[in-house]
Design a protein around this ligand. Structure first.
Ligand SMILES: Cc1ncc(C[n+]2csc(CCOP(=O)(O)OP(=O)(O)O)c2C)c(N)n1
Length: 956
């Protein structure tokens, strides 16, 4: 209700003048009036400001409050005065009634959800909390039938000016305390609150058309029917059935029907195990035959495509379907067991679709109640929902709330009142609904989609259901939930509940419902029979652009990554100039001048410039680039400055978006302080758009471990499990530089441990040119593979870590291993020691060798750089090492022995040496001793350790 209306209803009529006086008193001194009046005046919040403003008037002309009320309530003013004498006591009593009634109405809006009938099992005790108890407001039983003035604008379900208390309470309970519980008063946006209030309070008894009811029953017949069929056909086989929460299926159908009305073109869903098979088949349209084939142990992959595959209740699917005469693409994201991680991936997928087309795309994420309350990534995802880098126009969250998590009850799962409380951070309305009332569920879904369409924010729908079996079909629930299990065993399934209801209403006879049930069972049986001879021969569920890529084992190729001189100069110009009138910071102007110089002289290309050349050249070729990460616009080490800010207006200027009129766009966003959700999002983005370069940069590589689930479950294994390729690049600053335990290591060793079956690339690069080629290679090939770069810190500004422009053009390419580059090393046979190393320590060795050469005139040690750990460049390394037949082999790293690359490379290098019959097949380790912490926090100790290992490597 609008503020003005509230004022009108309260300050009009016979109470008006009295209230006005009280109000004036309260404005002067809130303590001077009875607290119940204080409460009312406070509740007017918005109205309060209007009145106070008006009451005070302009500073030069204070205006009496009675005048204002007179203006507001013209209607009341024109009403003929009653001639009956009303005593002061009567007026006060009437006013008290009104105030208390209004307080009660507002209490129901706030807290009515606590008294709603949400539990299908009716085990949850409904307690009329004090806020909803008329006694709290001073009403007693005898007050129930007394007429109370509330005005006809306070709530649409109270159409008259005067209602009895029992009418008011009945209306409130009908709206707020039946099968639907609304939480929305905390929304800060007044328009959103009013929109919802209007929709909620104007909704009478839910009255669906007969065909809608029949459709819902059919959906329930299929949902329950599938679970029953599997329960009988596959006894003791895990499927994580939806039994008890089958209302999810009509809920999703209602959501989709509503979405197509707004011309949504695609819906990407993410969900856990529970009910997934039901959603895949009954909602998205995967065939029952394929499902039953998987039940019998068959793979979802066509023969000849390798990989680990995955259990059937983690598989994804995609299909374009017709709904209400419109076409929509529905997809389910592949999902690991790790609950809630997929939500971030789905958001990224949807954002990728939104960024490349103007069509509408919607993310729908289904959650378990325990997981929603317990998993921190849920918070991270909700927190990103309105951020420029990650917003997707609002997502719909559906909690399949079976009131249990494995064997854990809600009291053990959440400190909140509801499992959904965390969603309040996203300013999302939260609607709880009884899963045994499918019509209420359908209405709620329609409203949720309408709200999202109107306000572009997240909405949460909590389907309060139960779980008929154990956590999976082999579990016995009665051990731990005896009372609930007994109640469930006596409780009819949803098909029976709804079919009975519709039979009673005369919508469809029970016999007819049974016929439909049997017909569906027969259809399942036929599919079951066909499944015995089923073979997977197509992958229509893989989006077209990905079908064009080569899977592992197919003909994978890399193409040239060098660029032309012309393109180099074009990008150079964009990198050293900005728009006219732009007020650039003087220090950054200097940086741009330095860049201009690099391009004119062709030497001294540093890391940031090489990166910009990679990005710029891809943009010119039509590939969009997206980089996110904490503070990545400037760069943690202030090296990138890819976005300039006008010093007067704060307007951003993205240099690389001004190379030429026809080019793709680069988006560079600072992320919020999240790793898990952000990396999941970028992974999802990269799995959707095959033709964009997607990068995530960690502040320091150490923080990547907050996102370990995305690395272990998605990035490293996604292709093997799900044929889901990704060209995601992770930039993880890594090196020992005396900055302590948490600013030194991106845990190279952990990535290396995950490497197998050509699943990803792990690099620790030493030259800007190699960085450039590694980035471009991501798109210049007929497949996609994640790339993890242990990226530099001090090397960003190291005078020796620079490349000439010639390293980017002509026939240049990525070098997985770099041999000695010192032209004075001519007699390789004379080399006594080869030091193989990777990353920043190379420069420490290089500089120390220079010093030693001056001192000792020695040239007998050569440095070989391993730029790419995985895929391990065995043949390239072998070729280089074979050039040093008389040398001993040393692996030098700055990480402790139990970390870094040593455990990954030692046997690989020895194998190379053995295979070439080198004089030694032994590799000596030089580096820090094994340690619990990746680095010391004491700069002096770091220096001493570093000097020792460098000297040891150089045999000094
Ligand atoms: C991150 C993570 N931790 C633990 C588990 C093990 N686990 C699988 S299902 C489950 C209970 C989930 O309960 P809920 O979210 O309510 O979903 P439900 O299974 O009841 O549908 C647990 C603890 C997991 N899969 N993922």
């Amino acid at each position: 209700m609008a503020a003005k209306d509230q004022i009108e209803s309260i300050f009009s009529g016979s109470n008006g003048a009295y209230l006005a006086d009280l109000y004036a008193q309260w404005v002067e001194n809130p303590e001077s009036v009875d607290p119940s009046f204080s409460d009312l005046f406070m509740m007017l919040d918005d109205a309060h400001n209007i009145i106070v403003k008006d009451a005070r008037g302009a500073s030069w002309s204070p205006r009496p409050l009675t005048d204002i009320l007179h203006d507001i309530d013209e209607k009341a003013a024109s009403t003929p005065q009653k001639t009956t004498q009303i005593t002061h006591v009567q007026i006060e009593a009437a006013v008290h009634d009104s105030i208390r009634a209004i307080a009660l109405i507002n209490a129901y809006r706030n807290f009515g959800h606590q008294y709603a009938q949400l539990d299908p099992l009716k085990l949850a005790h409904r307690i009329l909390v004090a806020d909803l108890d008329p006694k709290t407001y001073g009403f007693a039983a005898q007050d129930m039938d007394r007429p109370i003035f509330v005005g006809n604008k306070i709530a649409s379900f109270l159409p008259k000016e005067i209602h009895t208390l029992s009418e008011i309470i009945a209306g409130l309970q009908r709206v707020y305390c039946r099968s639907i519980a609304w939480e929305y008063i905390y929304l800060q946006d007044l328009e959103q609150r009013h929109w919802l209030m209007q929709k909620i309070e104007s909704q009478g008894v839910i009255n669906l058309a007969i065909e809608d009811k029949k459709r819902i029953l059919q959906q329930i017949t299929e949902a329950v029917g599938l679970e029953n069929f599997c329960q009988k056909r596959y006894v003791g086989v895990k499927r994580f059935g939806l039994d008890g929460a089958e209302v999810t299926i009509p809920a999703l159908h209602a959501l989709i029907r509503q979405a197509v009305q707004y011309d949504v073109q695609s819906i990407s869903m993410g969900m856990a195990h529970r009910g997934r098979l039901n959603v895949l088949t009954n909602v998205i349209g995967k065939s029952f035959t394929a499902l039953f084939y998987e039940f019998s142990g068959g793979s979802y992959k066509p023969e000849g495509i390798s990989g680990a595959a995955d259990v059937k209740y983690h598989l994804g699917y995609r299909k374009t379907v017709e709904v209400a005469g419109k076409t929509i693409e529905l997809s389910m994201a592949f999902n690991p067991s790790h609950l809630e991680a997929v939500g971030a991936v789905v958001e990224g997928q949807v954002r990728a679709e939104q960024d490349r087309s103007s069509n509408k795309h919607l993310a729908v994420i289904l959650h378990g109640d325990a997981a929603f309350a317990g998993q921190g990534v849920v918070y991270e995802i909700l927190a990103m929902s309105q951020l420029p880098a990650y917003q997707t126009g609002g997502s719909i969250h559906i909690v399949i709330n079976n009131q249990i998590g494995f064997t854990t009850v809600p009291e053990e799962s959440s400190s909140g009142y509801y499992c959904t409380d965390v969603a309040k951070v996203a300013r999302a309305p939260i609607i709880h609904v009884n899963g045994d009332d499918p019509e209420a569920v359908v209405k709620v879904m329609q409203l949720a989609v309408a709200f999202r369409e109107r306000f572009s924010t997240d909405v949460v729908v909590d389907l309060v259901c139960y779980r008929r079996h154990g956590h999976n079909e082999t579990d016995e629930p009665v051990f731990t939930q005896p009372v609930m299990t007994q109640a469930i065993r006596k409780h009819d399934n949803l098909y029976k509940v709804y079919a009975d209801k519709l039979a009673k209403e005369g919508v469809i006879s029970f016999a007819e419902s049974e016929a439909n049930w049997n017909e569906f069972q027969e259809y399942l049986q036929e599919s079951y029979v066909v499944a015995q001879n089923y073979r997977v021969n197509e992958m229509e569920w893989i989006a077209k652009e990905w079908q064009e890529m080569k899977f592992r084992g197919q003909d994978r190729q890399n193409f040239s990554t060098a660029i032309s001189h012309d393109i180099v100069q074009k990008i150079g110009k964009a990198l050293s100039s900005y728009a006219e009138g732009f007020d650039c910071h003087p220090k950054l102007i200097r940086q741009l001048e330095v860049k201009a110089q690099m391009f004119s002289t062709g030497v001294g290309i540093d890391w940031a410039t090489a990166e910009a050349l990679a990005f710029g050249s891809l943009l010119v070729e039509g590939y969009p680039v997206r980089l996110t990460g904490q503070d990545c616009q400037r760069g943690t080490f202030s090296h990138r400055n890819a976005v300039l800010f006008d010093q007067k207006t704060q307007q951003p200027y993205v240099l690389l978006n001004h190379i030429q009129p026809e080019q793709a766009k680069i988006d560079i966003y600072n992320s919020h302080l999240s790793e898990f959700a952000v990396l999941g999002f970028e992974y999802g983005y990269s799995c959707t758009n095959a033709n964009a370069l997607i990068l995530w940069e960690a502040q320091f590589g150490d923080f990547v471990n907050s996102a370990q689930i995305i690395i272990d479950q998605f990035i490293s294994a996604g292709e093997s499990k799900w044929l889901q390729m990704s060209g995601l690049v992770m930039l993880l600053p890594h090196a020992q530089e005396g900055q302590g335990a948490e600013h030194s290591s991106a845990r190279l060793e952990r990535f290396l441990q995950l490497c197998a079956e050509d699943n990803m690339q792990i690099c620790n690069l030493t030259t800007p040119a190699n960085y450039f080629h590694a980035l471009r290679r991501q798109l210049k090939r007929n497949y996609r593979q994640p790339l993890v770069i242990m990226s530099p810190k001090s090397l960003l500004r190291h005078k020796l870590a620079q490349s000439p422009l010639s390293g980017f053009t002509d026939q240049t390419q990525f070098l997985p291993v770099i041999d000695e580059v010192d032209p004075t090393v001519t007699d390789k046979e004379a080399i006594k020691r080869v030091v193989i190393c990777s990353g920043k320590v190379y420069y420490d060795l290089l500089m120390r060798r220079l010093e030693l050469r001056c001192e000792l005139q020695s040239e007998q040690i050569t440095l070989v750089r391993l730029e790419q750990f995985y895929p391990f460049p065995a043949s390239e390394l072998a070729e280089i090492l074979s050039g040093y037949p008389n040398a001993e082999m040393v692996w030098c790293q700055e990480e402790p022995e139990n970390m870094g690359g040593w455990n990954f490379v030692d046997r690989k290098i020895e194998k190379i040496l053995r295979e070439m019959n080198h004089k030694t097949s032994f590799v000596k380790y030089v580096g820090r001793l094994s340690a619990a912490s990746p680095a010391t926090g004491l700069a002096s100790v770091y220096k001493a350790e570093q000097a020792t290992l460098v000297d040891q490597a150089l045999d000094h």
